[in-house]
Design a protein around this ligand. Structure first.
Ligand code: ZN
Length: 292
């Protein structure tokens, strides 16, 4: 099983957007970890997040970047809001977690920031896109650990067709949801109904959000069959970060990989090992076979 790291903005996003995939990867024995960008250690939301991860079957404690929620200043006393955090500092912190977990797959919000378009979600998406690149280059953030290049980035998204089913939840009209306009852009549709009980238990662990009437509370008020319809599928836009293929569709940016370094040497050996699929190709084939 591949190692998988989910990077989300707030405690509860991991369960709402990717609870099924996280539970599945953990149950099947893949290393599974979660970075959450906002809320600090010692807050009630951090404690709820830790409980949610346990309910998803994740053995690792949550990793908190420790920035403040843009709408809740006391979520991280003494720290800047995520949206105000210096870019290099935030990317470096996240790259450090990527290098520590060494995931083959990284999951985060899509460019819209998920179906709500929350500014913290958009910021988390942007930081993650930068960090998955930077983590592989050892001279960037050298203090953040040995370089590690994830192979796949998966962006959690909602297609328009799903948006129609969600309209009305919390009084939100379909045209106000941040859904992906062209369903064809969704590369990966995952039926997570076998893991739905774990996913729903993890969502409910975010009790304060439920009490405040946020998504966990809105979902709790729905009939079970409607809730299953909303939570039973997860959608992703998959982006290969390593060797996206050279089949000609990307002209003029196509070409072979080997000529980068001619002749024998450490670099050539490394390229050959990657090309032959030792170890690292497991992640690609898993995503292709199991997430398709
Ligand atoms: Zn959120």
């Amino acid at each position: 099983m591949p190692s998988l790291l989910a990077v989300y903005a707030h405690p509860d996003d991991e369960s709402l957007f990717s609870g099924g995939v996280l539970a599945r990867n953990a149950a099947e024995g893949g290393r599974t970890a979660v970075v959450t960008a906002t809320w600090a250690e010692g807050t009630h939301r951090a404690a709820e997040l830790a409980e949610a991860l346990r309910l998803l079957g994740i053995s690792e404690e949550p990793r908190l970047l420790g920035y403040a929620d843009s709408r809740v200043p006391d979520s991280a006393p003494g720290s800047p809001r995520l949206c105000d955090a210096p870019l290099d500092e935030a990317v470096g912190r996240l790259a450090g977690h990527i290098r520590d977990v060494r995931p083959e797959i990284v999951v985060t919000h899509d460019a819209y920031g998920g179906v709500t378009g929350h500014e913290d979600h958009v910021r988390t998406h942007r930081l993650t896109v930068l960090a998955v690149q930077a983590a592989g280059f050892g001279r960037l953030y050298p203090e953040a650990g040995a370089p590690w290049q994830p192979r796949v980035l998966c962006l959690a998204a909602h297609p328009h067709s799903a948006g129609r089913a969600m309209s009305g939840l919390g009084g939100t009209a379909a045209d106000r949801l941040w859904t992906v306009p062209d369903d064809d852009r969704i590369t990966t549709t995952v039926d997570v109904r076998p893991w739905l009980s774990r996913k729903w238990a993890a969502i409910r662990a975010h009790r304060c959000e439920a009490r405040l009437g946020a998504a966990p509370g809105l979902l709790a008020g729905l009939p079970a069959d409607v809730r299953e319809q909303l939570l039973g599928t997860e959608w992703y836009i998959r982006q290969d970060l390593v060797h996206a293929g050279d089949g000609g569709e990307g002209r003029p940016l196509t070409g072979g990989r080997r000529p980068v370094r001619a002749g024998p040497g450490p670099g050539a050996h490394r390229a050959a090992a990657e090309g032959s699929g030792c170890g690292g190709a497991v992640g690609r084939s898993w995503v292709r076979a199991r997430w398709a």
